[in-house]
Design a protein around this ligand. Structure first.
Ligand code: UDP
Length: 325
């Protein structure tokens, strides 16, 4: 029987370290804990993160930033108290898998190990942000946490899938061997403002194509599915897991599932776009179906997504529009 989540009423007096703070999801995690009164220490090497996210976070007095490559070396934290560590520092878009596979593997292995060593030393609670990619091209649907996955270890996505599987294994090894207080989340497709417009993922592509009236590019026949979670809902899920009592993984996402063709049509409808759909080749090893079973997190917390797909797409489109000005 898993114990219920107990959320703190404040984070004042606590120090939270966010690895990858300049990235899309981690910038929201940082902001969330700053708004709860915590001190937040952000780390990033800007390989995919953006300086504008750090500028935004720097408006908070309790935000501190270190530019560093966590797989090479960590800043000197010998005099610093750290209570919570979020391991969120991995590039995660399929275009990154092509361009920077070794950096992805290093940050999820050596980088994660440096963060786990810090957690051990500081007696901090550690959360590894893993991914639905650990399920690979899943044979069971929806995906439950017990499912061990179907991953091609040598395919074009393997630099990320296998690195995250390794990061999960190492997190459990630090927990079992040293008693580090660890948590693991598996993030399903997440979107929202602050995504890179040229990130290559489906939601930024479809929004930018629909807004500019250019062709909307559906890969394959569009029958593959994804389940999209708005970023603030994801942060709420992450917070619930950090304050759960459980060391085994939790799926984090939104269980509403769309085919990619439906996604294209829906995005065009929400944005009143008269773009045309064009079909392009399906990338190798593209997972056919993906939907989280959210029972585990929902059985221990009040987590429920709040932002509808329509609202989320409109907010994200507004953001991309504001970037063009
Ligand atoms: N996709 C698409 N058109 C695009 C970008 C992506 O049809 O312009 C498809 C892609 O093949 C995949 C799904 O959308 O089936 C989600 O792709 P994404 O890169 O966003 O993330 P993934 O879930 O594959 O990691």
């Amino acid at each position: 029987m898993i114990q219920k989540v107990e959320l703190p009423s404040t984070m004042e007096g606590k120090t939270v370290l966010v690895a990858g703070a300049a990235g899309f999801v981690p910038s929201y995690v940082s902001e969330f804990y700053l708004n709860l009164g915590a001190k937040v220490i952000g780390l990033d090497n800007f390989i995919t993160g953006s300086r504008s996210n750090i500028e935004l976070l720097s408006k908070y007095d309790l935000f501190e930033f270190h530019e560093c490559n966590i797989y090479e070396s960590m800043p000197d934290f010998s005099q610093t108290k750290i209570d919570y560590i979020f391991s969120l520092a991995s590039p995660a878009s399929p275009i990154d898998f092509k361009e920077i596979p070794l950096e992805i593997m290093r940050v999820n292995s050596e980088g994660t190990m440096h963060l786990l060593e810090l957690a051990k030393e500081k007696k901090a609670r550690f959360l590894e942000a893993s991914t639905s990619e650990v399920y690979g091209d899943p044979e069971i649907h929806p995906q439950r946490e017990e499912y061990v996955g179907c991953v091609n270890p040598i395919g074009p996505r393997s630099c990320y899938d296998e690195a995250k599987r390794f990061a999960e294994a190492m997190t459990m090894a630090y927990h079992r061997r040293y008693g580090v207080d660890t948590r693991i989340i598996r993030i399903f497709n997440t979107y929202g403002p602050r995504m890179r417009p040229d990130d290559g993922r489906v939601i930024p592509n479809f929004i930018n194509q629909a807004m500019s009236g250019s062709d909307v590019t559906v890969y394959g026949d569009g029958s593959q599915t994804r389940s999209f979670c708005y970023v603030t809902d994801l942060v709420n899920a992450i917070h619930n897991v950090m304050f759960s009592k459980e060391h085994t993984p939790f799926n984090c996402g939104n269980a509403d599932e769309y085919t990619i063709l439906e996604t294209a049509e829906t995005v065009m409808k929400f944005l009143n776009s008269d773009s045309k759909i064009v079909y392009k080749g399906l990338p190798e090893d593209d997972p056919k179906r993906r939907r989280p079973n959210m029972d585990k997190l929902q059985s221990v917390s009040d987590y429920a997504p709040q932002v509808s797909f329509e609202e989320g797409i409109k907010r994200t489109a507004e953001y991309f529009k504001s970037m063009q000005k």
